[in-house]
Design a protein around this ligand. Sequence first.
Ligand code: UDP
Length: 437
Amino acid sequence: MNRSPDRALRTFDLALTLTWLILLAPFWLVRALLALIGAGRLFDHAHVLGHNRRPFVRLAFAGSLPGRDLAALFNILRGDMAIAGPRPLTVAEAAMVPAEANIRFSVRPGLFSPYQVQQRTGIAHDPESELDQRFVENLSVRASWGLSARALIAALLGGGGERPVPPLLDFFGVPIVNTTMDEAVEWIAVRAANHPGAARHPSLSKEGNTSDLALGAGEKALLAFVNPDCLNIAYTQDRYRAVLQQAARVLPDGIGVKIGCRMRGVGLAANVNGTDLFPRLCERAARDGFSLFLLGARPGIAELVAENMQARYPGLMIAGIQHGYFGPDEEDAIIARINASGAGVLLVAFGVPRQELWLADHHDALTPPVRMGVGGLFDFYSGRIPRAPLWLREIGLEWVWRLIQEPGRMWRRYILGNPLFLYRVWKQARQEAKAHE
Ligand code: UDP
């Protein structure tokens, strides 16, 4: 899969690199000087593979001070690298690339890579090789320009640098599990597939079942996703906060939690939001043979979600559907229907905090092993409300999309809520710093 070097791309790279070198001259000259003074040498050298697996030396300014990567601009000038492209790999890393992703070597490696951009905002849930493959297949000056712009914005919002990644985060007394998307889906799947009422998929091996059964037997797990708005509510509403504290798991949703982590000097492993988790859960449910019950949203919406997801994931079992506009007198019958459905996962879309409080109120009466509050998720997957395009999500601005869609309802949440959340995080960080003095 060889692609002849694209002259337009190379011209774009050279023009942009020369512009940066001129504009950033004071910075890289000072950084070069600091490398010489601090480390006694100008560059650190990394031996990596480039276009067509040709080895080259990737430059970084010596020493651990910020600005190391500015030196890679010289790699771009030399033709070893492009501005945007798959990350240059070491020989050992290159050996791990699956055959179908070999196309990544048909272009110059990039200073900014598609995976790195998604990592900055915490949404790199797909394997790096898949993202590289998709990027190279659609490579153009426009794609390259777009990725560079997104990389710069994501760097500002998501922040660079290495920070410790604690297994548990604490925002206003709410413990949040700091985990990856894959682990979060696995956690749900082993509990859901373990349910006595769950139908077994014929393709599941006996050994697979045995190990699943060993994990999380008999649990009833409430799962919640929290974004800054939810954490603001938890800050003032004792009941909701207590429910989150008792939940089996609270997962971090959105760029706000990531920025909050950054303010506290820790790293967020991933932005494990319900909207990105849902298709992965459906895929897993279809594979492992557990079923989902969709409760909530306006009449007709969950039906559309079921249709869409079953078309995408053949074999997916939707155990039942119920809209979210029912009276208290209907509640018992609905709970009985949920329990009789044998669903492994109950998804409840009533909005925050109503859905979590409802799940807590009926914790004992309900039998599905995993229950989770999913907010507006059904509206997205039914197609009722379009989700923000990927490029906006990559730069951490999905919330701006939501604000534009429903300004009347969302302005309070974002325009007032976001700064209020950051102020409260700042206050918490200051209190913690004082306590440590
Ligand atoms: N909803 C519901 N019953 C109600 C009120 C709301 O089923 O009594 C649904 C509503 O149709 C929507 C979801 O709950 O699908 C809440 O969406 P929202 O965007 O407010 O959720 P969040 O922003 O909390 O994720």
